[in-house]
Design a protein around this ligand. Structure first.
Ligand SMILES: Nc1ncnc2c1ncn2[C@@H]1O[C@H](COP(=O)(O)OP(=O)(O)OP(=O)(O)O)[C@@H](O)[C@H]1O
Ligand SMILES: [Mg+2]
Length: 239
């Protein structure tokens, strides 16, 4: 569904992604793993259109995304939860969630059962805490609650593909568990395709169906999650 073909990316004069090839299977949960600085976030930003690529091609369902803005890619059904959450701290939870609604209205063209101008109830079923805190400022939520808000905001757009960059960084275990449950539920019940950058091995194994290991801006190993063995972990993940 998303294909990345021979993508090169540079920051200034420094090349970060090197002829990167990656195939995302529809309906899968793919964990992108690798040590700090190997280019995981850069890859996700390139998919989302937040960084230009030097060469190569990124396609979704056969259509090239290369020239599409990040906004256009959001219309096309890619949801993105950036590393470090990036919610609007001065806006309320409700205002943060509403930011995606204009895109949702345009995308769905009245095919939804509910009003596209409303935040879908589903978001509050998945993350009840957001309903309780609807009028709180984003910046006043705990780190874990902010992460749930960031995921909720991406889900308002009803993406076909959800991209998450280390959603569990610095978050307490019970919320990590909840986030994992939500990802699995959306994948199982709605067939949502998920691309997840994850450093925590336990979480990756619980949630991921496929893994891709990165080193120095390239994919160096790709397989089903059950085949992520100690040799690979030692070689590409252990610090
Ligand atoms: N805006 C930038 N300008 C220049 N170099 C950058 C920029 N952002 C990232 N880099 C460099 O690109 C490389 C890859 O960074 P990236 O953030 O993609 O790594 P990562 O795999 O996501 O790491 P982490 O696990 O720490 O999140 C690093 O060497 C980083 O220093
Ligand atoms: Mg990163």
């Amino acid at each position: 569904m998303i294909s990345i073909n021979k993508v090169d990316q540079l920051y200034g004069g420094t090349q970060i992604l090197w002829g990167l090839d990656l195939e995302i299977v529809p309906g899968s949960i793919t964990c992108i793993m690798g040590r700090n600085g190997v280019g995981k976030t850069t890859l996700l930003k390139a998919i989302m259109g937040l960084l230009p690529i030097q060469s190569g091609e990124i396609t979704m369902e056969g259509e090239t995304l290369n020239k599409q803005s990040a906004e256009k890619r959001a219309y096309s059904g890619i949801g993105y939860v950036p590393q470090g959450r990036d919610i609007f701290p001065m806006l309320t939870v409700e205002e943060n969630l509403r930011i995606g609604l204009p895109v949702r209205g345009k995308r769905t063209k009245g095919t939804l059962n509910d009003n596209p101008k409303d935040i879908p109830d589903k978001i509050f079923e998945l993350f009840p805490v957001l309903k309780d805190m609807l009028h709180r400022r984003g910046g006043d939520l705990s780190g874990g609650q902010q992460q749930q808000l960031a995921i909720g905001r991406a889900l308002v757009l009803e993406p076909k593909v959800l991209i998450l960059d280390e959603p569990n960084e610095g978050i307490q275990p019970n919320i990590v568990k909840q986030i994992g449950d939500v990802i699995l539920k959306l994948n199982e019940e709605e067939g949502l395709t998920v691309i997840l950058v994850e450093q925590k091995l336990g979480f990756a194994r619980r949630v991921g169906k496929e893994f891709r290991l990165m080193e120095k801006g390239r994919i160096v190993a790709a397989d089903k999650m059950e085949n992520l063995n100690d040799t690979l972990i030692k070689q590409y993940l252990a610090v």
